[in-house]
Ligand binder design. Structure first.
Ligand code: PMP
Length: 393
């Protein structure tokens, strides 16, 4: 056996490619607002995680340009050594204030924040308990930890309690959930999770990648949304969505952050976020807090889209956020749906197995505050037209 045999035998995508249905790695040759240019064609973007549309905001762009002028293009080292800038510290302090936690620490991506925090905190003899729909970076974080991993059924509190009952009450336990789930667009049942964490002597970490800029006071996330900030031990965020940049962070009690700063390997052994990335987040955070009408518009857009799709007969699952899944069925049909929508001028993300169970494949729409009602109505019309052609509705 040659190590590369698996690569040579990897034909699934080739077949899809030959059928002209391969949907991934599409190069965009413009900035990513509500419209993008792909293959020279203007396309309505319904697959971006930039929920507030800030990646193209003039103030955010200018902040990044100014930071490059002042600090250069990179930090050439880890936060631990030569890679800490004064604006990294400023951002950490502002994020701690925003999330109402004592301290925050930046990571180079959200993925690394989850790896570093989970592997750094969950040691031998500890347990980490995750929702079956948690993000891949949480799953990988548990694999890097030396603790024992337990899973519970998606947002199912009976299943979580059963898992907790099976663990020694005195053992260290970390429950990790997404605040808003990235495939289904539903919200974690944090009030019940907190009740269980208290009953069974556990700690709770919430991945708010998709919740910042979307729910909570001024978009400050799931714990704020449920008024459970104190009881939520660890809040994780990414900068690659509403914060219009790249990077991630963990916010928690000061002693937890101080510990992570010395035990999170993905922090210590990886370069810090660039000056431009950091400055873009600072500007986005400022806008998020000073322009609440953006979040209001995001929700108006979300409700218009979801209501439109529901009245056309689509199944949008349990979604109650700007992530709206549209159930289609077979993987192949989803790939055809995506392609036909693209030909109609609309970009959506296909979600096929194994990311979702077989025959539960879906197209996933993500709304932005900057979409216009006209764009949303256009999308509903096209999604309905193609859905009828493909027999989805
Ligand atoms: N957690 C969740 C729930 C996510 O959706 C993502 C990004 N897809 C991440 C973590 C990773 O964040 P980043 O893109 O900053 O690596």
């Amino acid at each position: 056996m040659d190590l590369f045999d698996k690569c040579k035998n990897f034909v699934v995508y080739k077949e899809i490619e030959q059928a002209g249905l391969y949907p991934y790695f599409q190069p965009i040759s413009s900035e990513q607002g509500t419209e993008v240019i792909i293959n020279g064609k203007k396309i309505l973007m319904l697959g971006s995680n930039s929920y507030l549309g800030l990646t193209v905001h003039p103030k955010v762009k200018q902040a990044a340009i100014n930071a490059i002028k002042k600090y250069g293009t990179g930090c050439a080292g880890s936060r631990f050594l030569n890679g800490t800038l004064d604006i990294h510290i400023e951002l950490e302090e502002k994020l701690a204030k925003f999330t109402k936690k004592e301290k925050a620490v930046l990571f180079s991506t959200g993925f690394q924040a989850n790896l570093g925090a989970i592997a750094g905190l969950v040691g031998k003899d500890d347990y980490v308990i995750i929702d079956k729909s948690d993000h891949a970076s949480i799953v990988d974080g548990t694999k890097l930890s030396f603790g024992e991993v337990k899973r519970f059924l998606h947002n199912d509190m009976q299943s979580l309690e059963k898992v907790l009952q099976s663990i020694d009450i005195d053992a260290g336990k970390l429950i990790v959930v997404d605040g808003i789930y990235s495939m289904d667009g539903d919200i974690a049942n944090l009030p019940e999770i907190i009740k269980l964490k208290k009953k069974y002597n556990a700690r709770v970490m919430v991945d708010d990648a998709h919740a910042f800029g979307v729910i909570g006071e001024n978009g400050s996330g799931t714990a704020s949304h449920f008024n459970l900030i104190e009881d939520t031990d660890i809040i994780m965020g990414t900068f690659s969505k509403s914060f219009a940049s790249l990077g991630g962070f963990i916010a928690a009690d000061a002693y937890v952050i101080d510990y992570l700063k010395h035990f999170a390997r993905s922090l210590i052994f990886s370069a810090s976020i660039t000056p431009a990335s950091c400055a873009a987040v600072l500007a986005s955070l400022e806008i998020m807090q000073s322009e609440p009408q953006l979040i209001e518009k995001l929700w108006a857009n979300t409700n218009r889209m979801r209501n439109g799709l529901k009245s056309a007969g689509f199944d949008t699952l349990q979604s109650c956020t700007p992530i709206i899944p549209v159930l289609v069925g077979e993987d192949l049909k989803v790939l055809q749906y995506r392609k036909m929508l693209f030909e109609e001028g609309i970009f959506v993300n296909p979600v096929v197995s194994p990311a979702v169970p077989k025959n539960k494949a879906l197209i996933r729409l993500s709304l932005m505050a900057t979409h216009t009602f006209d764009q949303i109505d256009f999308a509903i019309e096209k999604i309905t037209k193609v859905g009828k052609k493909l027999g989805v509705i």
